[in-house]
Design a protein around this ligand. Structure first.
Ligand SMILES: Nc1ncnc2c1ncn2[C@@H]1O[C@H](COP(=O)(O)OP(=O)(O)OP(=O)(O)O)[C@@H](O)[C@H]1O
Length: 386
């Protein structure tokens, strides 16, 4: 979809910003460009929409050399989101979002309708926010409008230059999650610049780790974390890369423990007897439909039915969620275990994840790399679902 062939950029003052760069982004792929300040990420990106022209080399979009495409036409095929969103202050949120359809000559009604759909898609209710002006929004909301605006004309390619860089970490994580959800729906071809390795790992199908003007490693997140290609990459991804792996390793059914399971309607005494037989101090409680209700301690089961004593359980996750989410859910709920649910299978309870099984899952993921299993076999499906 996007292909760089021996691309270099030297600025007039002699700075070599990008040096003989060759790489390819396939259609529907989200590639993060990560590296320290001044390593050439933004230059790379701006060459794709011809805001900057390369000194040498060629860039292809869908097989077409972009130097043969009129820049204005080219940019219609490419959405662009930057950190300082650049919304027009005197235009409403709806008008800002409708900018590109408007420029493309859409009818006013059509472009406003499209803008409203897009605002909805990025989590802003158009009836609440549509008539506001940018200064009446929070930083995170402004970034969402920026994303909606870039998507308005439905371009196949999105360039995003530190789009979430200016918001606080909590909002940032929220925006990342929403963007991943959006990307699962839209399958845009995305180049995403960040200097934050965590963000690169969380979002990227592949990561390009930049050194000075060059890509040091271009690989799937687990491979970059598990097998850094050079000492520079190892240093950049950090000594805590084991921890970072948490965000690219999904919970699998095989990781789960199977505690005793009782039903809400079970008589308390028989449930207690079963737990004693399994030497378990507690059991997971399911409702009549087999959905997770909560848990119950063996000591409480003195009379009546399980439902008289059961407590609700809020700490649960769908299978396939990342181990990082599992870990933070445990901390958030101060829970020694979390329930894992099969969301696609109507919320069927699958088992529980404990700190010990979480550790095992992390070792499984590291061992996969140590055995030099090819990237394709390291489970990465959930990278886009963390
Ligand atoms: N117009 C310019 N003229 C001269 N040098 C430039 C120009 N624009 C960028 N550079 C230099 O090119 C190098 C790469 O810049 P670029 O903006 O691509 O880096 P970056 O990786 O995006 O950095 P950051 O994360 O700080 O945005 C830097 O050394 C920068 O100073």
């Amino acid at each position: 979809m996007i292909r760089f062939e021996h691309v270099s950029k030297r600025y007039a003052d002699g700075t070599t910003a990008v040096d003989d760069l060759s790489f390819e982004v396939t259609a529907g792929e989200l590639v993060t460009l990560v590296g320290p300040s001044g390593c050439g990420k933004t230059t790379t990106m701006k060459m794709v929409n011809r805001l900057i022209e390369p000194t040498s080399g060629r860039i292809y979009l869908d097989g077409e050399d972009i130097s043969d495409i009129d820049p204005v036409r080219l940019r219609r095929r490419i959405g662009y989101v930057i950190q300082q969103v650049g919304l027009f202050p005197h235009k409403t949120v709806l008008e800002n979002t409708a900018t590109v359809p408007h420029l493309l000559g859409w009818k006013k009604g059509d472009s406003r309708k499209r803008a409203a759909e897009l605002l909805d898609l990025v989590g802003l209710d158009p009836s609440v926010y549509g008539d506001r002006y940018p200064e009446q929004l929070s930083g995170g909301q402004r970034q969402r409008v920026g994303v909606a605006r870039a998507l308005a004309a439905d371009p196949p390619v999105l360039l995003m230059d530190e789009p979430f860089g200016a918001v606080d970490p909590v909002v940032r994580e929220h925006l990342q999650t929403e963007f991943l959800r959006l990307q699962q729906e839209l399958h845009k071809t995305v180049l995403f610049v960040t200097h934050d390795i965590e963000e690169a790992v969380r979002l990227g199908d592949r990561i390009a780790v930049y050194g000075q003007g060059r890509i040091e490693q271009y690989d799937a997140p687990a491979a970059v974390l598990g097998a850094p290609a050079t000492p520079y990459v190892a240093d950049f991804v950090g000594s805590d890369r084991g921890l970072k792996r948490l965000s690219v390793t999904p919970i699998e059914e095989g990781d789960l423990e199977q505690p005793p399971v009782v039903r809400l309607e079970d008589p308390a005494e028989s449930a207690a007897a079963r737990m004693r037989a399994e030497e378990a101090g507690w059991a997971v409680v399911l409702d009549a439909a087999g959905h997770l209700h909560g848990w119950v301690g063996a000591d409480h089961l003195t009379s009546g039915t399980v439902s008289d004593h059961a407590r609700r359980m809020e700490a649960w996750l769908p299978v396939g969620a990342s181990l990082k989410r599992a870990f933070s859910t445990m901390l958030q709920h101060d829970a020694g275990w979390i329930a894992v649910i099969d969301e696609s299978g109507e919320g069927r309870f699958l088992g529980v994840l404990t700190p010990a099984t979480l550790h095992e899952a992390l070792r499984r993921s590291t061992a996969a790399d140590a055995r030099d299993i090819s990237r394709a076999e390291v489970e990465l499906e959930s990278v886009s679902g963390v």
